[in-house]
Design a protein around this ligand. Sequence first.
Ligand code: DON
Length: 306
Amino acid sequence: MKLNEVLDELVIKNRPISQYGNVANYIPELDKAQKDALGIFITDITGNKFHAGDWNTKFTIQSISKIVTLMLAILDNGEEYVFSKVGMEPTGDPFNSIVKLETSRGRKPYNPMINAGAIAVSSMIKGKDAREKFERLLDFFKLISEDSTLDVNYKIYCGEAETGNRNRAMGYFLKSEGIIDGNVEDALTVYFKQCSIEVTAETLSKIALFLVNNGKISTGETIIPPRVATIIKTLMVTCGMYDSSGEFAIRVGIPSKSGVGGGILSVVPGKMAIGVYGPSLDEKGNPIAGVALLEDLSKKLNLTIF
Ligand code: DON
């Protein structure tokens, strides 16, 4: 059976699972997504492309942006500085949890994938103000995805900025602890905008391909050192699916990062780059049918890295 046919079959099989989840509604506009949408786009290591279902539907990248911002923050500041401010350990708590910020011994966010850690990382992007910081970050997104059309969905951005009081609270707490050095509002603006970048499953597959190629774009140019690509992939395994990361590692076994917009970006080292879209989320904020689709695909093609 050809891979395109396999993907068609798996989308048909898993689409009904969408009914057991819900589209995110805590950010205005996200609830406009079609609940049973499901799509996948795969680029293999030799550049062949395969897709099925709603692979071309636009949605916002949300938390998947955290891995890209982390790459640029490490390029801008070095690994040592970044991880002096943000840890490397999974939390076992929800992505927007606040509780460990004050109780943890190091008094720093546990990892760069939870919102608190990601806001701290966004504050590290170099630039004289929020505009310059975000321009640099968007240019970096365009460079590694090789897609110059990427842009912010401003309706979603405004919704995030208006309703993101929990994120704002965490930002100010991090400032009071000396984790955020510069202006908190600048850090939050960069964070809300990066989450609101509009993508498709194909875009996610392109960013994943950059990681499959250990930080090289198609011209052969190295954009991030292989060491940084390894850090990102490792954090995807341990923290990429939040407090489901352990279960996901067992069920799917592919380094992945999810977002509440419905995306999952998955990297199968040495083999393929996968983008998934399915906006119906489980109770932990991961795409419910998208995870089931990846589980089936991983079993069928034996993609687990473990
Ligand atoms: O800050 C937030 O809550 C959102 N902009 C991003 C959260 C997210 O995508 C969590 N992912 N599952």
